[in-house]
Design a protein around this ligand. Structure first.
Ligand code: HEC
Length: 403
């Protein structure tokens, strides 16, 4: 069967029609662009509001790739639209056959190669610069990814051997410090990601990845696990709090002191007693500066899985529990202790409240649950909790759904 030869595209009206047809697409792209620009400012998980030089480098690469891709997209679309309109079948002409045209083949080999080089060279440059910076950083934080929470150790702060500072799901760093996070896992792959501070990095069992940055803007920066790691992957959120150095030092000092309680017995003035029901919890949890210190004698570097459970020191100052699953308040602590497994599916904390016949351990009753919630909330420094820092380093970021 012979194909009907397409005719030559002619006439102004057709050309106007083409432009008119392209208009909705352009309008749609403009609206999507505006919406995306709006999203960027609103979320503390935004990838396009960098707050460190490191994140800005990545943002710069992202923009470079975006605009090069946009150029390629517009170019290709323009050719497609032109070809479709120019060689519509109802016209008489057949297009000239260009198979084997050397100039064209060279052009469409060289142009993509140039585009790829324009992406590759700065990308490689940034990767090497960042790798070098990891080696030079001098404020070390060891990160241990757990199922399903994060533990942070400060191996180099003064006095660490006598009084280690180990936190969970919230890590404080001094403003302007050249920080390197050592990322480790003792179970499965996780990924450590604080979009406003740096790129994403895998946390791999048996391998120490690093992440470096210098955060100059005080603020709270939100991070999460970004490698699917199992049932509670979505509830592995954490916060990096960047604060002036004196605040950081004050917090470290407070972390090592017992929290004040009205009825502390004089003979144990430096050791605050936890309620007896906390004895069950000591199998896994620690609280510095109180008599509720179960394991751990001095700091041991590079010991994986130091804490079987989050260190609860100064828990009263934390916004959230369960790596973001609940806000930290009395009702929610009670809920956590009564319905641990329901609140966070897959958590490795046993349910101690539920009667044994319902599958729980039945070790604590209603009254003890309340007593424990009050006790946990009382774990605050004598001088009150550290001052809050603005989310995302700016006061105007909306926080609606962030932990
Ligand atoms: C067998 C170990 C174990 C025991 C015993 C245990 N927990 Fe936990 N607990 C955990 C683990 C693991 C988590 C982290 C859960 C998560 O986020 O997935 C946790 C989390 C918590 C949290 C939230 C902490 C945070 O950083 O978000 C609180 C509060 C808590 N436990 C209180 C208690 C109390 C009170 C007891 C005693 C009644 C207790 N736990 C007994 C393992 C334990």
């Amino acid at each position: 069967m012979r194909l009907r030869a397409p005719g030559r595209f002619s006439g102004r009206s057709g050309r106007r029609g083409g432009v008119a047809r392209a208009f909705p697409l352009v309008a749609l792209l403009a609206v999507v662009g505006l919406v995306l620009a709006g999203c960027g400012e609103a979320s503390p998980y935004s990838q396009i509001t960098p707050r460190t030089e490191k994140a800005s480098d990545i943002q710069w690469l992202y923009e470079l790739i975006f605009w090069l891709a946009a150029l390629v997209f517009v170019g290709v679309q323009a050719f497609i639209i032109y070809t479709v309109l120019r060689w519509r079948r109802r016209n008489e002409d057949r297009p000239e056959q260009i198979h084997g045209n050397r100039r064209l083949e060279l052009a469409w080999t060289i142009i993509p190669a140039v585009v790829l080089l324009a992406i590759f060279i700065p990308t490689a440059q940034v990767i090497f610069d960042h790798a070098a910076a990891e080696e030079e950083a001098d404020f070390v934080v060891d990160v241990y990814a757990k199922q399903w929470w994060w533990e942070f150790h400060y191996p180099d702060i003064p006095g660490v051997n006598e009084k280690p500072v180990i936190t969970a799901n919230e890590v404080r760093i001094p403003q302007g410090a050249d920080v390197v996070f050592n990322l480790r896992s003792n179970n499965v792959y996780h990924a450590f990601y604080v979009p406003q501070l740096s790129g994403k990095n895998d946390v791999v069992p048996g391998h120490n990845n690093k992440m470096q940055f210098v955060a100059d803007t005080p603020g709270e920066y939100f991070g999460e696990c970004t490698e699917y790691c199992g049932i509670a992957h979505a509830w592995m959120r954490f916060k990096v709090i960047v604060e002036p150095e004196e605040n950081f030092n004050a917090w470290v000092a407070a972390y090592r002191q017992p929290p004040p309680v009205a009825d502390a017995r004089p003979e144990t003035a430096d050791v605050v007693e936890a309620p007896a029901s906390f004895g069950t919890c000591l199998a896994c949890h620690n609280i510095s500066g109180t008599n509720a210190v179960a394991a751990q004698d001095g700091y041991q570097a590079n010991v994986l899985s130091q804490g079987a459970a989050p260190n609860l020191t100064l828990l009263g100052c934390r916004d959230h529990i369960g790596a973001g699953v609940l806000e930290n308040n009395r009702d929610n602590l009670i809920q956590w202790l009564k319905n641990t497994k329901e609140v966070k599916s897959g958590t490795y904390m046993p349910n101690y409240y539920q009667p044994a016949e319902q599958g729980g351990l039945g070790a604590i009753n209603d009254q003890q649950v309340e007593e424990l919630a009050d006790y946990l909330l009382s774990l605050k420094p004598a001088g009150g909790c550290p001052p809050e820092q603005p989310v995302g380093g700016t006061a105007d970021v909306s926080l609606s759904d962030a932990p």
